[in-house]
Design a protein around this ligand. Structure first.
Ligand code: FEO
Length: 394
C-alpha cells in the first residue's frame, strides 16, 4: 500500500518515485532516477486528478488513490500526452468511469491516437479556460512546445499553485516532497533543461514572461521535488534562457592514437593561461547529459576529432548532431584534430551544426603529429577565443 503525501487540506501528491530508471527514451541518462508526479485536488464539489504516472508504475498511483479513499474522480487533467504522464490514463478511466479527461485540443487528438482514449471522454479546453471545483478553481495555460506541441500548465487560483508539467522539472528520485537541497536540485533541473527544454529556448522565454502574470506560492512540476521557493527555479531558468553565454569552452573530443589528445591538452593549457574555463569531455566515456549541461552556458565549442574513413569519429558525429539538435546559445565553434592521409572532417562537422548561429573560428586540423607550427596555431586559436570571450555581454 502506497501512502499519498499531503500538500495541504484537499491537495495530495499521489505520484510515483522511480529510483531505478537509468534511461529515458533510451537516449537520456537518468543518473538520479526520476519521479512521475500526479496530484489529487478535492474541491467542495468536484475531485480532480492532475496527470497520471508512467504505465510501469500505474499500481503505485492506483494504490495511493485507494489509500485516500477516493471513490469518484470528476476530471483528469492531462497537461501533457507523453506516456510518462498519460500512460496510466486508461486504468484511471476504467476505475473511475465518470471521469472526464481535460486537455488542450491538440492533446485530445494525441490521447485518442496514442492511448486510444475514447473521444467522448475528453474535454478540450482553450488557453485561459477555467474549471470550477466548488471552492477551488483551476485555470489552464496553454504552453505549446514545452516540450511537445500539446502541452499546458494548470494553475490553482485560490492556493496559487502552478502545476507546471515538464516545465521547470527535474529528473530526481528523492523522498523529499519539496526541494530541501537546492544545490542538488539545481544540477538535476539544469540537466533536465539542457536535455529537454533547451531546444525550445525562445518559446521558454515567452512562457517565463507569461509566468510573471501569476502570483505563485508553490510550483508542482511533473518530475522531481516541488518548489516551495518558486523564485529559485524561475531565477535559474532566467539565467539559462536569457543570460549571456559565459567565458567557457566546451571541448568534446576523441583520440584514437593519442595525437588529438596532445592537441586537446595543449589547447586546454593555452586557454587556462588566458583565463578561459574549459570543460573537457572524452566522448569514449562521457555522460552525454553532462555534456548537454555544459552547453547551457558555454560561449564556445571546440570539437576534437581524429579522421576515420575520411570523416570525423562516429562518437564525435553523434556529439555534433546532439549539440545541433539542442540549439544552445553558443556563439563560437572550432575544430581541432589530425588525419593520416586526408579527409573532409571539417566540412562534414561544419555542415552538421547548421542550427547553431555561430561564428566558425579557424580550425586546426593537421597531418600526423603536431609540430611547432601547429602548436602556434593552437596558441592563436586560444588567443582568438579569449578575445572573443572578452566581448561577451557587450
Ligand atoms: Fe515527462 Fe515530456 O514527459
Amino acid at each position: 500500500m502506497m501512502k499519498p503525501r499531503k500538500i495541504k487540506d484537499g491537495i495530495y501528491w499521489v505520484g510515483a518515485v522511480d529510483w531505478d530508471r537509468r534511461m529515458f527514451d533510451d537516449l537520456i541518462p537518468l543518473p538520479d532516477g526520476t519521479s512521475y508526479n500526479a496530484y489529487l485536488i478535492q474541491g467542495s464539489e468536484k475531485t480532480v486528478l492532475i496527470d497520471t504516472v508512467d504505465p510501469d508504475m500505474s499500481h503505485v498511483l492506483l494504490s495511493r488513490l485507494e489509500q485516500l479513499g477516493v471513490e469518484r474522480i470528476d476530471y483528469v487533467i492531462a497537461n501533457h500526452a507523453e506516456q510518462d504522464h498519460s500512460g496510466t490514463l486508461p486504468q484511471v478511466l476504467e476505475k473511475y468511469p465518470k471521469a472526464q479527461v481535460v486537455c488542450t485540443p491538440k492533446c485530445k487528438g494525441m490521447l485518442v491516437d496514442m492511448l486510444l482514449t475514447p473521444e467522448d471522454r475528453v474535454l478540450a479546453v482553450d488557453d485561459g479556460a477555467t474549471l470550477a471545483l466548488g471552492d477551488r478553481t483551476l485555470e489552464f495555460i496553454h504552453a505549446p512546445w514545452v516540450h511537445w506541441p500539446e502541452t499546458m500548465l494548470t494553475y490553482l487560483q485560490e492556493d496559487k499553485i502552478l502545476f507546471s508539467c515538464d516545465f521547470l522539472g527535474s529528473h530526481l528520485a528523492t523522498t523529499d516532497l519539496y526541494v530541501t537541497d537546492e544545490g542538488r536540485t539545481y544540477e538535476a533541473a539544469k540537466r533536465y533543461y539542457a536535455e529537454i527544454m533547451m531546444p525550445f529556448r525562445k518559446i521558454i522565454e515567452k512562457n517565463l514572461k507569461k509566468m510573471q502574470e501569476y502570483e505563485i506560492s508553490l510550483i508542482a512540476p511533473s518530475h522531481g521535488p516541488l518548489y516551495g521557493r518558486p523564485e529559485f527555479i524561475l531565477e535559474a531558468y532566467r539565467d539559462w534562457v536569457l543570460g549571456d553565454p559565459k567565458n567557457i569552452v566546451v571541448l568534446p573530443y576523441i583520440s584514437m592514437h593519442g595525437t588529438t589528445r596532445v592537441m586537446v591538452d595543449y589547447l586546454v593549457d593555452a586557454l587556462i593561461e588566458k583565463g578561459v574555463t574549459v570543460e573537457k569531455f572524452n566522448l569514449a566515456t562521457t555522460d552525454i547529459g553532462k555534456l548537454a549541461m555544459s552547453l547551457v552556458d558555454a560561449a564556445t565549442i571546440v570539437i576534437g576529432s581524429p579522421t576515420v574513413l575520411a570523416g570525423a569519429h562516429p562518437n564525435v558525429v553523434y556529439a555534433a548532431y546532439l549539440a545541433n539538435a539542442l540549439r544552445p546559445k553558443t556563439k563560437f565553434v572550432s575544430i581541432i584534430g589530425s588525419y593520416g592521409w586526408g579527409g573532409k572532417m571539417v566540412k562534414q562537422l561544419a555542415g552538421m551544426i547548421s542550427n547553431l548561429k555561430v561564428e566558425i573560428l579557424d580550425p586546426v586540423v593537421i597531418k600526423g603529429s603536431p609540430r611547432d607550427v601547429d602548436f602556434a596555431d593552437l596558441d592563436k586559436l586560444a588567443t582568438t577565443i579569449a578575445e572573443k570571450h572578452a566581448t561577451l555581454g557587450d
